[in-house]
Structures are given as C-alpha cells and as structure tokens.
Design a binder for this molecule. Structure first.
Ligand code: XIL
Length: 405
C-alpha cells in the first residue's frame, strides 16, 4: 500500500476546506450589512434555530424577493434566518438600473449583492429583458422615432454584457427574458406584442437575449420567467416558446414559474402537468415569485353593461379562519408536489418577506380585489396576506404546513 498517496489525499481533504474557510472568513460583512437584531426572527412562535431553508436543505434553496427596506430594516434578521437565496424585487430591472444610455444605477443592486455575499446567500438576477419597468430610451432614436431592430439588439447586448458582466460569478441564475408570452385565449398568438416584439418584428430578441447572457456569464444558469404558467392555454404557448429555444440550441437552463397563485389555482393536476411538460424538454424549474393571495374574485359587470363599467369591489372580509384554512391547504399542496419533483426544481422563491408588505396589497389601488380589516373600514390598500409570515413577521400556520412534512 502506498501510504504517501493516502496521506496526501488525507492532507488535501483537510487543507482545502481549511483554505476555503480562511478565504470565506476574510469576506467580512461591512457594518451596513449586519442584520438588524432588534427583531429576533421566530422567537415567539418557535425558538429553534432552524429556518425554512434548513427544513428544505435536502430539497432546494428557499429564496425571497428583497428591496432596500427589507435589507436594512427588521426583515433582515428574518431573511438571514429563513432563506438561502435572494432576488432583487426591482433593483436590477432594466429601467431602474439603466435609466438612460450612459447612466447605470448600481447602488441598490450592489448593496443586495454585497448583503448576500456577506451572508453566503445565493443570488438570482431579475431580469435582463422585460416589457415592464423597461428602459424606455432603448426603443427611441434621437429623433424620437422607434429605433431599428439592429440598434435595439445592440443596446440589449450592451445592457446584458454590462449588467451580467458586473455580477459574473456572484449571480448564479438570471431571469433572462420575462413575460414574453401573450395572455389571450387566442392559441395562434404566442408572443406578447411588446415594444421588443414589434421593433424586432418577431421573437428574435428572446433568443438574442439568451445568447448575450451566456456570452456575458457562461457559468450562470439562464431562465425564461413567466406567470400563469400552469394555465392550460398559456402553458401550451410557453411550451412552444421553450421547445423552439431548445430545438434551436439556445443556451437556456430552465423555466421560472412565477407562481402568483390563488386559493384555488392552480389545481394539483395543472401544477403537475406544467412541471411534466417543461421537464420533458430537459429543462429545470424554479418557482420564482411565489405568493398565494386570499383575495376573492371581483364581481364582473353584468352582460350588456356599459363597456368599461366597473363594479364596486367585493366585500373585504380580512384574513378569516376560512380563508386561512384554504391558504394552508394550497401551500401544503404546492410544497407536497415541489418535494416530489425535487430533482427538477432548483429553487423556490417567495415574492416579499411577510404580510406586512406585499406588492399585491397596492395593485389596482385596491380595486382589483383584496382582503383587509373590517368591512366597515374604508381602505385603499386591500391586503392580500399571501406569504408565510404575518404582519408581525411571525410564522403563520401556513408556514408549518410547509415546514412540517
Ligand atoms: C413587481 C414588484 O414587486 C413591484 O414592487 C413593482 O412595482 C412591479 O413589479 N412579475 C415580475 C416581478 O416578474 O418583477 C413583478 O414585481 C411582479 C410580477
């Protein structure tokens, strides 16, 4: 037996982790990235040191969308305890980060990356090409007229090279293209008629964005991200888009299913079907923006009503025990299925931290639905109560339906 080889292996087994440990220890958190400790996450409901990420250690990373308020306020302790992946809620989108040709706003995006690196949390980049929160200047020339396809793609390439290039090695996955599929029931209309689509006279920008992103950061995992991906009509359209990308050898690793869900949608079968379909293409899946609103559907105007007429909002009962029970059941159903598909799922991310603040609360000025305090309280904000932590950042019962399995 050659002991020297055995010893060398043993040495390496000890030395390499030791070096890695020393290097990691040198990555210091600056004072601004230390968590706000006035709040101790989970102290009332549960004293264990475990967070949701620990319950899911052998399944997939558990992420959360973050912004400046959550990073620098009491949410920060909860983020570090419960999650091991973050997505910037707004700060890497094209408009906010690149408001004019020669201007990049790095401050907030850098802050999020530094926070995550300091706490050894994974980072998903969101996003490189979208029709919303877009950089409007990109679509116009100096004369104010729409640019040519060539110039638009050049601008897209510069943008992606600059942003993905800056965070190379730190952001492990990017939502490269967001929401490029049409929402209507017209099955022949696959692509959304956005500025991107119209100026390029077709969907070429999608493939281009993936190729630029891959060139800018060859190690990053690249995702196509969309909502209603379990809805039967939209699911088929997304499938067609993905199949074309795969057939054309476009560098795509997976699909982001946003998962802005309702108490009764999707059904377990719809969710399984969506997963089966995209994974049959050899793609991975990330649930990228999970929340389950308790908002009830709004009344629809009666047939024959004046076009554009709106109905008064449905009564707003608040977070009742009945709605809570339905939300618990929907969360349980979703995570039961996620665990069954763990070999395909590479992360599950919640969109916001707790019910104290959800992007859903403000949507439509509260007139598109919602549920808030007493019916007699007029409120413009109708709360959606869509997350696993309540308004005091305590774990809800829905949390335990996901953590206890
Ligand atoms: C939302 C943010 O949460 C809001 O703060 C912002 O005002 C609008 O965008 N799909 C996406 C996300 O891909 O980027 C959106 O985030 C929610 C829907």
């Amino acid at each position: 037996m050659n002991f020297s080889i055995v010893n060398k292996k043993a040495d390496r087994g000890f030395v390499l982790p030791a070096i890695a440990f020393i290097i990691l220890s040198l990555v210091q958190c600056t004072p601004k990235h230390q968590v706000v400790s006035s709040f101790q996450a989970g102290t009332t409901a549960d004293n264990s040191k475990k967070g949701l990420k620990d319950y899911y250690k052998s399944y997939f990373p558990i992420g959360v969308a973050v912004n400046m308020a959550s990073l620098h306020g009491p949410d920060s302790a909860l983020i570090v305890k419960e999650f091991n992946s973050v997505t910037p809620e707004n700060d890497m989108k094209m408009g906010p980060i690149h408001p004019s040709e020669d201007v990049y706003n790095w401050k907030n995006a850098d802050d999020i990356v530094d926070f995550a690196v300091c706490h050894r949390i994974k980072i998903r980049g969101h996003n490189l090409c979208w029709h919303n929160q877009e950089a409007a200047w990109m679509f116009k020339g100096v004369d104010g007229k729409p640019v040519t396809k060539e110039l638009l793609l050049k601008r897209l390439k510069d943008h992606i090279f600059t942003v993905a290039g800056r965070y190379k090695g730190k952001i492990y996955a990017w939502d490269v293209v967001n929401e490029a599929v049409d929402d209507s029931d017209d099955t022949t209309q696959i692509y959304r008629k956005s500025n991107w689509y119209n100026i390029c006279d077709g969907p070429d920008f999608i493939e281009a964005a993936f190729r630029y992103a891959h060139e800018a950061d060859p190690q990053a995992k690249l995702y196509y991200n969309d909502y209603n991906s379990e809805h039967p009509v939209k699911r088929e359209k997304i499938y067609k888009l993905l199949k074309k990308l795969v057939d054309d050898h476009v560098p795509i690793d997976g699909v982001g299913m946003q998962a802005h869900w309702k108490l009764n949608e999707p059904s377990p079968n719809e969710l399984r079907k969506a997963l089966d379909e995209v994974t049959s293409l050899g793609l991975k899946v990330q649930f990228t923006e999970l929340d389950i609103t308790i908002r009830l559907p709004q009344p629809k105007p009666a047939p024959g009503a004046t076009p554009g007429a709106t109905m008064p909002p449905a009564p707003d009962p608040g977070y009742t025990p009945e709605l809570e029970a339905k939300q618990i059941a929907q969360y349980k159903m979703a995570f039961d299925i996620f665990r069954q598909y763990k070999k395909f799922i590479t992360s599950v991310t919640f969109w916001n931290v707790s019910d104290r603040y959800s992007w859903l609360d403000q949507r439509g000025g509260g007139l598109t639905g919602g549920a808030a305090a007493g019916a007699n309280t007029p409120r413009t904000v109708r709360k959606a109560y869509p997350l696993l932590f309540d308004e005091n950042r305590e774990r809800k019962n829905a949390y335990w339906s996901v953590a206890n399995f």
